[in-house]
Design a protein around this ligand. Structure first.
Ligand SMILES: CC(C)(COP(=O)(O)OP(=O)(O)OC[C@H]1O[C@@H](n2cnc3c(N)ncnc32)[C@H](O)[C@@H]1OP(=O)(O)O)[C@@H](O)C(=O)NCCC(=O)NCCS
Length: 353
């Protein structure tokens, strides 16, 4: 029997994260996502997942990530036209491909994690017609990413919210991009190749490409009262409601609640609208598909949070990658230690000679 979505196929034992889709629980290397977001920095969460993947945490001090941002900055002038891509994920994929993979996987992971925010911020500024801003290795990862994007230090509540976001989305079990990274790692290829491939998988709107379109949807709806007719129109046109539904969760994605809480101190005018639209979308989708619970996923409040901290919507998916690159790297390390060449089968339906 063909199983084109591979649902239920267990391809790895992992200590990095666990998703309980029935109960709406996400555990990241031994802690609930609700415990980590707001309580630890992105660097702390990156250490946590990389150590769970098998890295030596003593090589992963905050200073190592700052130094990696500085090292990536040296490469920016040599990125050719990578940063000219109109799409941020294409720019990130092309720019990361310029990294020379160090032989040591942990060193490669730190290099990739440090490079992502530098390349994405440089792309974003070029798009806006502004000069790129050099990293400050003494700052935290979230603060530096925001500063390199905006060209000035972000306000403390914005930095806190962005840091909480980066922690919240750092890993999510065997999602499509992580599987991609693990397949590449399973061939004994290098970590940089694995994360470049994973960026390609994350780009699609069924995975990490949804938050920009969620913001477009909120803009198009404008007021909670307009949500229902607008959403019905989308469904009638055969389109999916962005930010709703999930392959694994049968209840609301726990990360939606974490991000909804993280964005609250920022007093975003879009928060009340988002809550109204989510209510309307959940009701309509429930009426249409009572047998399949379709609730808000992580992307719904990602859109509100990243907008509120001042990032342009074109940068949302690449910002997801700035965080998830740590999870991908952890999975590459773990795959190397415990995995096997991943090579599923296909069912031939073509003509026989
Ligand atoms: C995330 C997503 C890809 C999961 O897809 P999936 O596991 O393939 O979804 P399912 O197969 O369980 O879908 C079951 C049914 O619900 C429908 N459905 C799922 N999500 C929907 C959505 N957001 N809007 C409208 N209908 C949706 C499907 O079309 C399908 O209908 P059908 O049986 O008539 O074909 C899907 O929910 C989606 O496209 N969401 C919108 C994009 C998004 O937010 N992506 C970010 C994910 S974190």
């Amino acid at each position: 029997m063909t199983n084109p979505g591979l649902e239920g196929v267990v391809v790895a034992d992992t200590a990095i994260s666990e998703v309980d889709g029935e109960r709406g629980r996400l555990v990241i290397a031994g802690a609930d996502v609700e415990q980590l977001a707001g309580a630890t920095s992105f660097e702390g969460a990156a250490r946590r997942v990389l150590a769970a993947g098998g890295a030596d945490p003593t090589a992963l001090g905050d200073a190592a990530f700052g130094a990696a941002r500085s090292a990536a900055w040296e490469i920016v002038p040599r990125l050719g036209d990578a940063l000219d891509h109109p799409d941020g994920m294409d720019a990130l994929r092309t720019a990361l491909a310029h990294l020379r993979p160090p032989a040591d996987d942990t060193a490669a992971a730190v290099a990739a994690i440090g490079a992502a925010p530098v390349f994405v911020a440089a792309w974003s500024r070029r798009r806006a017609g502004a000069a790129p801003v050099a990293p400050d290795p003494a700052l935290g990862h979230a603060a530096d990413y925001l500063r390199m994007t905006l060209g000035r230090p972000g306000a403390a509540p914005c930095v806190r919210a962005l840091d909480a976001y980066l922690v919240t989305v750092i890993d999510h079990a065997m999602c499509a991009s992580t599987f991609t990274a693990r397949v590449i790692a399973s061939t004994a290829s290098d970590l940089i190749s694995a994360v470049v491939g994973a960026v390609g998988a994350l780009k699609g709107p069924l995975h990490g490409g949804a938050p920009g379109p969620v913001l477009d949807m909120l803009d198009a709806i404008g007021a909670p009262d307009h949500a229902e007719p607008w959403l019905l129109g989308e469904l009638a046109a055969g389109r999916r409601i962005m930010g709703m539904g999930h392959r694994v969760y049968r209840v609301r994605d726990p990360r939606a609640a974490v991000l909804e809480e993280a964005v609250r101190p920022l007093a975003s005018p879009r928060l009340a609208l988002a809550r109204g639209v989510e209510r309307a979308a959940a009701k309509i989708l429930h009426e249409r598909k009572p047998e399949r619970s379709l609730a808000a996923n992580v992307e719904f409040y990602t859109a509100v949070l990243l907008d509120a901290v001042g990032l342009p919507r074109e940068q949302f998916s690449a910002t997801f990658a700035v965080s998830r690159i740590a999870g991908w790297s952890a999975h590459v390390l773990e795959q190397r230690r415990t995995g096997r060449l991943i090579r599923p089968a296909s069912h031939y339906i073509g003509a026989m000679p």
